[in-house]
Design a protein. Structure first.
Length: 637
């Protein structure tokens, strides 16, 4: 029987070998067909063969069994039938096995006929002039062959055993017996009835006699006119001489030795030895299955060209059992690694996840048998799909962790920065050179953190909290007709404008700063801005570049402010919205720079800009107003 199994997104064929009479299907590892369908019971259905009829029986499963769409407990299977077990389908492709089973033993009379040496020799055969190779007779008769019931004696070709009729003359038998008693040679002992000539010789003699008669009656001139005289006239002795090389070549050698036949079959002892080797390989569970399968293939090569044995059948049976063992091992390894790789990625341990994935890929190509089973169960598709997925998650995690470390360094939180870089060097997939540089940088930050603990450095600053550290509300001003909400609405407009530019086909990049690191916006992918950040490596001239993928609202506020400032044709509302973003995030240095550009672009509102800046800084407006220094508004000295 040959079945097509479809379970989820997997599909494969299962063939019952010759002699198989039972199939079990379920989630249990001991089943013949193991499926990973939760809706299938551990032992769901059993298929048995009795009197050449295949029947199925539901094993009290939870989901039941549908036979061609009808809920049935048991029934007979035919070609094309479908059994539905939960979300798994079994389709009967053929009730007969499609695997080529080795040819069984040949009939006994055929084997004996092949092993019998040509004992009887033609009494008229002459010794050949030179040795000729032995050629097996065209038709060898066995003692089991049915003898023809005819009155005439058979004419035996040279080199063929003589077959006597049952109605031989008794006097002839007695004569041969007496002759054998007088002659003690081995030829006389087994000498058959001597034929007068070969069949071909008899035909030629008849032709010669006919020609002589025609010559006497009509004259020899008439024969010459017919052209008969031009034909070569071979006699009986010439025919026998021509047949000598073929018939007597088998008797060449020393004395009365039997000629050596070409090796075409295995002896019984050899076949038993091969069967013992095959059974030993099948029962050897210490040796890896792929090595045992290779040994079975080697046995098939050894007996290639030899017939009359069952070695191919035993090898095929062993290959099926060992192949199922290899399949179970591969499924177990594949399932465990698949789950472990997923868990490792949830823990952000991308280095170990990558290592386990590559180890699984190597295991699936360990031998040709591993490759065949991996291809059959579509295991390589998981490797091809997961490699880029792990690389993408690893790259994004690197960008996130570097941003966390850089933000901590801006607040002098050296201990947090060191811990973040240590985890990055340990868990991310990085070049050894980069991982070593990050570890060295983390060691320097730990040393600085120790100095902070000793009081030799200022303590770290806490991160800005928009609720706890909120600056004073903005005063009423023509710049903010709706108060603080004017800045929020204005930022939404400028953010949409920025995204439309980044997503455009003509976008060529935009420089900015990400927590003090030089960065460049390079594109937009999947709702996220792609930004390349340059990070110098401590103690080296080399610069390490990594990529950050973040939605626009998650980009660092400092990077967003600098991107807003680079937009063309900024309106007063755009600049005010950017300034309010600086105040909301506690970035007073950036606020002084944006306020300076706002006052330059709209000098008529200089007084309102100074008042807004002084209110957020919690100071009075300085006499004469703020002054510009290095592109920022500062209090005059």
């Amino acid at each position: 029987m040959r079945l097509k199994v479809t379970s989820g997104d997997k599909s494969w064929e299962f063939a019952v070998r010759e002699g198989g009479a039972s199939i079990t299907v379920g989630r249990r590892d001991s089943c013949d067909i193991v499926v990973e369908d939760p809706s299938v019971s551990e032992l769901h259905v059993r298929i048995d063969k009795f009197m050449d009829v295949w029947n199925y029986t539901d094993q009290m499963s939870d989901a039941g069994t549908l036979h061609n769409g009808e809920s049935r407990y048991s029934g007979e299977l035919k070609d094309g039938d479908e059994l539905k077990l939960g979300n798994t389908t079994l389709k009967v492709l053929s009730l007969l096995t499609t695997n080529e089973v080795a040819k069984g033993p040949e009939p006994m009379f055929v084997r004996q006929a092949a092993d019998v040496a040509p004992v009887f020799q033609s009494p008229v055969a002459a010794a050949p002039q030179s040795p000729a190779p032995y050629s097996k007779p065209d038709a060898t008769k066995s003692k089991y062959d049915k003898k023809p019931r005819v009155e005439e004696k058979h004419v035996i070709d040279p080199g063929q055993p003589t077959i006597h009729t049952r109605r031989e003359d008794k006097a002839g038998k007695r004569a041969r017996k007496n002759s054998a008693a007088k002659d003690t040679s081995w030829q006389a002992t087994i000498q058959p009835t001597k034929p007068k000539s070969s069949a071909r010789g008899g035909q030629i003699v008849g032709i010669v006699v006919l020609v002589v008669i025609l010559g006497v009656v009509f004259g020899f001139d008439f024969i010459e006119e017919l052209g008969i005289g031009d034909e070569p006239n071979h006699g009986v002795e010439e025919v026998v001489t021509e047949e000598v090389p073929r018939s007597s070549a088998a008797t060449q050698g020393s004395g009365n030795e039997k000629p050596a036949l070409p090796r075409t079959r295995l002896s019984s002892a050899e076949e038993r030895a091969y069967r013992e080797r095959i059974n030993k390989l099948e029962d050897d569970h210490e040796t890896p299955p792929h090595e045992r399968l290779a040994a079975l293939d080697a046995i098939l090569k050894e007996v290639e060209g030899l017939s009359g044995h069952m070695i191919a059948y035993y090898v095929e049976r062993a290959q099926t059992n060992i192949g199922l063992e290899l399949s179970a091992l591969m499924q177990r390894r594949y399932g465990k690694d698949n789950g472990d790789i997923y868990d490792l990625q949830q823990k952000n341990d991308y280095r170990e996840a990558h290592r386990r994935l590559e180890a699984l890929a190597s295991y699936l190509t360990e031998s040709v048998y591993h490759e065949q089973w991996a291809k059959r169960h579509d295991m390589n598709a998981y490797i091809e799909r997961e490699r880029p997925a792990i690389a993408s998650r690893n790259e994004r995690w690197i960008g996130e962790q570097c941003g966390i470390a850089d933000e901590a360094l801006q607040r002098d939180a050296f201990a947090q920065a060191a811990a973040t870089l240590d985890g990055l060097a340990l868990l991310a997939v990085l070049d050894d050179d980069i991982a070593g540089a990050l570890s060295n940088e983390a060691a320097l930050h730990r040393k600085t953190s120790a100095e902070q603990d000793e009081g030799r450095r200022p303590p770290p600053r806490a991160a800005f909290d928009r609720r706890k550290d909120r600056l004073p509300p903005a005063p009423e001003s023509p710049l903010l007709p709706q108060g603080e909400n004017s800045g929020v609405r204005g930022e939404s407009r400028i953010r949409s404008r920025l995204l439309s530019i980044i997503q455009g086909d003509e976008f060529e990049g935009m420089n900015t700063l990400n927590y003090g690191r030089e960065a460049q916006v390079t594109g937009y992918e999947g709702g996220r801005i792609r930004m390349t950040v340059k990070r110098p490596i401590l103690g080296r001239a080399k610069v390490w570049e990594y990529v950050i993928f973040q939605p626009i609202h998650a980009v660092s506020p400092g990077a967003r402010v600098r991107m807003y400032e680079q937009l063309l044709e900024l309106t007063q509302n755009d600049r005010v919205a950017t300034l309010m973003l600086c105040f909301d995030e506690g970035m007073l240095d950036d606020a002084a720079r944006v306020a300076c550009s706002l006052r330059k672009a709209h000098p008529e509102n200089a007084e309102h800009v100074d008042k807004l800046l002084a209110t957020k800084l919690r100071i009075e407006v300085p006499e004469g107003g703020f002054i510009e220094k290095d592109g920022k508004l500062v209090v005059p000295e």
